[in-house]
Design a binder for this molecule. Sequence first.
Ligand SMILES: C[S@@+](CC[C@H](N)C(=O)[O-])C[C@H]1O[C@@H](n2cnc3c(N)ncnc32)[C@H](O)[C@@H]1O
Length: 272
Amino acid sequence: MNNDVLEVEAEKKSAYIFKVGDPVNFIDSKDRYFLALLEEGKETNIRGNILAHDAVIGQSDGFCLVSSKGHKFDAFRPTIVESVLKMPRAATIIYPKDLGLVLTWGDIYPGAKVVEAGIGSGAMAINLLRAIGSEGKLTSYELREDFKNRATKNVQIYFGDAPNHEIKLGDIYQGIEERDVDRLVLDVPEPWQVVPHAVEFLRPGGMFISYSPTIIQVKELVDALDRTRSFAPSETMESMVRTWNVSGRSVRPELHMVGHTGFLTFARKRSR
Ligand SMILES: C[S@@+](CC[C@H](N)C(=O)[O-])C[C@H]1O[C@@H](n2cnc3c(N)ncnc32)[C@H](O)[C@@H]1O
């Protein structure tokens, strides 16, 4: 191994060093996980197992620590899925299976100018921020100040500093200030109310993306999009994810699954 390789190896090892304020997942021998925020001098009590945060601060992702009862726990930096599922909620989040579809089918790309409403708990915002990168710009509209505050905290803790993210208190049904928007991502009860404004603020080739729990909402939205004649025919879909239990001779689908979350609609803005 030459020196360059050694340096890369050293960088890799120190890429995720836990520091004060970081979220950490403590995972026990039964694969149960417990999310905590690291604080100096703090302890997390998991069923009588005391875990000292000071033992984790300064250690690498994947560090194994021993509790006061002598049990081993893995300390993992939470994945984006674990973060959005476990972070404190203001409103119902868009589930990871649907978040993934928004990012891929919605073609959210590095550098994109994205507008979102409402931010709710911030699950969608965190995923959008990661996909657009530091060159992109995300503006989130939210009606409620308490939800704006919760989402601001969640983004700070579970994503980090985001100077390219602005949360505006406001009603997206009344229109927005942004223009030449690349992607619009909606999770609001009446997305069709945004259609007349979106004709003005989406750039040609931009995309209208909407998440709705009921098909009645989808129908009203698609009719509104079609009436404008400013959008190419839309696509609507839902996703179902079935996880499997693979353990010893028990190799079968999990007994419980999420039956329904919502529908996603995607429509490209025309230039005409
Ligand atoms: C289901 S939550 C969104 C959750 C969010 N997508 C997430 O993944 O965490 C819906 C949010 O939309 C907000 N909202 C509803 N109508 C709105 C409007 N007209 N303009 C802006 N925000 C709105 C609500 O206050 C609520 O926070």
